[in-house]
Design a protein around this ligand. Structure first.
Ligand code: 9MJ
Length: 664
């Protein structure tokens, strides 16, 4: 058991290293999850193996009451800034030119938060925030959940006590995904990745930190540096060899001109970098020169930050439009006085939903701060309250659809308000047809948004099925069309008749049925008729279909209007090749439907579900006569009762771990 535990620890940390440090993931996520499950299961039976360097600490632990203060034995300094090439040349004259010419280490300046990591005999023992530079907060538990940070150092030759300094940050993709989820759930969104990283690291409950997509780059040494190489760049290389992630963009340059080349290169690629940066940092590479240069007040003389131009600007909120989406979702859109920010002119920006308007406490006529971070869509970040005019007009969220005047409703617990007009609403009809024709749906080449709008506005089409009854002559009459383009579009419409069942299902625009769900539905039911006739229970057996999606599909298939459109599309000759049932290798739980309920103590519900799926099981959301096994954790409620009533096999957590272990 002990040996197996050691093997798992090594394999999991190796996977983290490959992913975060080498940027080359080698094992699939599912395999990683399976190893974590096995590790937690072993530690559940052998608590003595659960040490502070076991990868199981990565999921977080008991919440703290307060963060303890930590004093930094070597102060954590901040950096002075320059904003122009002239300032940089002046810095160069003040520093390097008075010494021997030497290399400058150039690094992107990550917009996150500085931390100090203490390794003793290669083991991570303490992590602290920068705080005021002299005293920070002990965030060890939280930092241990960041998979980019090794719990034990690799290789050899590290000082007995090594203090690594670097930046904890949230990559852009993780930030966007986390905010998108928060928005749907009506929860608080973070203004930018920096705030998100800071908010995530300063959680008393490390399980919350564990759930946040944080990462780390090392950029310096505090204590222990005297035992290391004599050049900053070589020290970074040593850190990398010991398993710490170091930014791959770091580069040596000579003189201000070399540094400016680095600055311009990074600035031009800023949007493509997977993390936010607010500039670059230049550091004198030779440690002995750093020591001779020393410090001024709270910043080193041997380093300087070269900041990028601001990505935030102020402008005026001139009004708010309300747009109606394909599923009736009403999206408020800020109409802004055009402003140049982050390299583009911004004149509108989504306000997401009513909660966001309330959060911002927005009034028309307000001066607002607009942020356009890299390739991210522009956002209204906040209102400058001091500049609010006396005659500010509150933003009123409409209760009637601006397009079809149907009632707007907001379901309980949902952040989104919707027009209830369905396909009677012209806006929803237009969006439904645009979606139907889109590339990943029916892929009708040349049928762009503007063309669909004209076709609907002129009552030439009402539903996607009407596309197949258009005549080239009438299409040629439309704005910006002509005989040639009309014929092209007609040919594309005709071609789209030959499709696949998943594309067709996706094209129907059923709420929450994306491409992946459409594929799962097609593979499960094999025919459209079977899907049209499926009960909610049967739908729940499809991989990744939960109660909400199942209900959306079921009600869609029972609406008279949907049925008319589907029948009309089939009558128009839409067809697809038959799907063959895929013969997959027989797995231990193939064909078995599991339902999980209650709280598990050694693993997350998601991890358990994935482990079961990997062994061939289907995991459903509710208990029915088709369920084979109900896994009940502590505090299981009605699902356990349902299982007992229907005489379905019930497993407790121990049995689950045993079964997963036996079959893994
Ligand atoms: C960031 N934020 O990426 C430093 N930093 O060095 C880099 N910050 C720094 N270096 C000394 N790359 C103090 C701060």
């Amino acid at each position: 058991m002990r040996d197996r535990h050691q093997v798992l620890c090594a394999k999991i940390e190796e996977a983290n290293h490959q992913y975060y440090v080498l940027d080359k993931p080698e094992i699939p996520d599912a395999e990683y999850d399976r190893m974590m499950i096995e590790l937690t299961a072993i530690e559940a039976c052998h608590p003595e193996l659960k040490t502070t360097t076991s990868p199981s600490v990565r999921v977080g632990g008991q919440p703290l009451a307060v963060f303890k203060p930590v004093s930094h034995r070597i102060p954590m300094l901040s950096l002075d800034n320059v904003f122009s090439a002239e300032d940089l040349r002046a810095w160069e004259l003040r520093t390097c030119k008075s010494w021997l010419p030497g290399s400058i280490c150039c690094e992107p300046k990550i917009d996150g938060l500085a931390v100090s990591l203490i390794y003793v005999r290669g083991m991570l023992v303490q992590a602290a925030t920068r705080g005021d530079g002299a005293t920070g907060e002990d965030v060890t538990e939280n930092v241990r959940t960041i998979k980019a940070i090794p719990l034990t150092l690799r290789g050899e030759g590290w000082p007995r006590l090594l203090e690594v300094r670097g930046e904890v940050f949230m990559p852009k993709a993780g930030f966007e995904a986390m905010n998108a989820k928060a928005r749907v759930a009506g929860e608080k969104v973070f203004v930018n990745p920096r705030n998100a990283a800071a908010g995530s690291l300063r959680q008393l409950d490390s399980r919350i930190t564990a759930s946040r997509p944080l990462s780390f780059y090392a950029y310096g040494i505090g204590e222990g540096g005297e035992m290391m190489a004599n050049f900053h760049s070589e020290r970074l290389a040593q850190l990398k060899a010991w398993g710490l992630p170091v930014n791959p963009e770091v580069m040596l340059k000579v003189e201000a001109e070399g540094c400016l080349g680095f600055y311009n290169d990074i600035l031009s690629r800023r949007a493509e970098l997977p993390y936010e940066i607010d500039g670059v940092v230049y550091k004198v590479d030779a440690i002995h020169l750093q020591q001779e240069l020393g410090f001024v007040s709270r910043a080193p003389r041997w380093a300087i930050a070269h900041k990028f131009p601001a990505q935030e600007e102020m402008t005026l909120l001139e009004g708010v439009d309300f747009q109606v989406g394909r599923t009736g979702a009403i999206t408020p859109v800020a109409k802004l006085k055009p402003v140049f920010v982050g390299g583009v002119t911004v004149s509108s920006s989504t306000l997401h939903n009513a909660d966001e308007i309330a959060r911002l406490d927005l009034m028309i006529g307000d001066t607002v701060i607009v942020r356009r971070a890299a390739d991210v869509i522009p956002q209204v970040v906040s209102v400058v309250k001091d500049l609010r005019p006396a005659a500010g007009v509150p933003v009123a969220f409409p209760d009637q659809c601006p397009v079809c005047a149907s009632t707007i409703e907001r379901a309980e617990g949902e952040a989104v308000a919707r027009c209830t007009g369905g396909l009677l609403c012209e806006a929803q009809r237009k969006e439904a047809i645009k979606h139907f024709a889109s590339r990943k749906a029916m892929n009708v080449d040349g049928l762009g948004d503007k063309l669909v709008e004209q076709l609907v506005d002129r009552s030439m089409i009402r539903t996607p099925a009407d596309l197949f009854n258009l005549r080239a002559g009438e299409v040629a009459e439309l704005d910006r069309m002509g005989k040639q383009s009309a014929l092209k579009v007609m040919a594309a419409i005709a071609r789209s008749r030959n499709t696949t069942l998943p594309r067709f299902l996706f094209a129907l625009g059923i709420r929450e049925v994306g491409e992946a769900t459409a594929i799962n539905l097609a593979n499960h039911f094999l025919s459209l008729d079977a899907i049209r006739g499926a009960s909610v229970e049967q739908l729940l057996e499809v991989t990744d279909v939960g109660a909400t999606v199942a209900t959306h599909i079921y009600s869609f298939m029972r609406q008279p209007h949907s049925n008319e459109v589907i029948d009309a599309l089939l009558a128009a000759g839409i067809q697809w090749p038959a799907i063959e049932r895929k013969e997959t290798a027989e797995q231990p739980f193939s064909g078995k439907v599991f339902v999980l309920t209650g709280t598990l103590s050694t693993m997350t519900r998601q991890a358990a579900e994935e482990a079961l799926r990997m062994l061939g099981a289907k995991v459903a959301v509710s208990v029915s006569s088709r369920t084979h096994v109900v896994v009940a954790g502590s505090n299981a409620g009605s699902k356990l009762k349902d299982a007992e009533r229907l005489e379905i096999e019930v497993w407790d957590e121990e049995k689950l771990i045993q079964e997963i272990g036996v079959h893994a």
